[in-house]
Design a protein around this ligand. Structure first.
Ligand code: CA
Length: 230
């Protein structure tokens, strides 16, 4: 996984030791990890961290994992974020399934770290293909995240590294409107301070790069909201 595309995993687990072991392993695999120790904190962090995937323990104090899952799956802005539920016993797991919480996958504790990592990657391949090193296509544009090559109508496009990251973000979810702040988080990273106007500058460069051999500008400016592909 390239560090430019480091996906964020939100780990929700009330037991500190388990939370740390899981976070440590995810970080070792190249993920950025946000940690929550209860359901309330998880619901706040989802908005602040915009995670790519959530690993959610079912037994949490106050707001249960099931309730957190149900709330996230009913909100339009978080509905598509994959959730892997952790449960201590298979009977609990059957209940979780029966409750139709909308979780994308379930793992029984004690789980093997290797298996859990495989499940996390499987979910990300589905929702964030560029982070998994796949080829993305949109109309006549093809982006290969492994070789970092972009072509349009088979002609190679020259793109700077920031424009490449911007384009892969757009190509993962064509039609989705990204705010400048969301693009900053995704492309520049949360820990770096960059002015939102910088986003506009790089969008301008990306537009120019996409049309370097002709063709229409596929990027759309959504007034008051941000940018979208198509
Ligand atoms: Ca727990």
């Amino acid at each position: 996984m390239s560090p430019d595309h480091q996906p964020t995993v939100l780990v929700v687990e009330d037991e500190a030791a388990q939370r740390e072991v899981l976070s440590y392993n995810l970080e070792a695999e190249g993920f950025r990890v946000a940690r929550a120790e209860n359901g309330e904190e998880a619901l706040v962090l989802v908005e602040e961290e915009n995670p790519d995937i959530i690993v959610l323990d079912w037994m949490l104090p106050n707001v249960s994992g099931i309730e957190v899952c149900r709330q996230l799956k009913t909100r339009p802005e978080t509905r598509s974020v994959p959730i892997i539920m952790l449960s201590a016993r298979s009977e609990e797991l059957d209940r979780v399934r029966g409750l139709e919480t909308g979780a994308d996958d379930y793992v029984i504790k004690p789980y093997s770290v290797v298996e859990l990592m495989a499940r996390v990657r499987a979910q990300l391949r589905r929702t964030r293909p560029s982070a998994a090193g796949l080829r993305l296509e949109y109309d006549d544009i093809v982006l290969d995240s492994e070789t970092h090559r972009v072509t349009r109508e088979t002609k190679e496009l020259k793109l700077g590294p920031t424009e490449f990251r911007l384009l892969s973000t757009f190509m993962e979810k064509p039609g989705r409107v990204w705010s400048r702040e969301q693009l900053l988080d995704r492309v520049w990273g949360r820990d770096i301070y960059v002015d939102t106007r910088t986003v506009d500058v790089h969008i301008g460069r990306l537009r120019k790069a996409l049309c370097q051999h002709g063709g229409d500008d596929p990027l759309r400016t959504v007034r008051g909201a941000g940018y979208a592909l198509g």
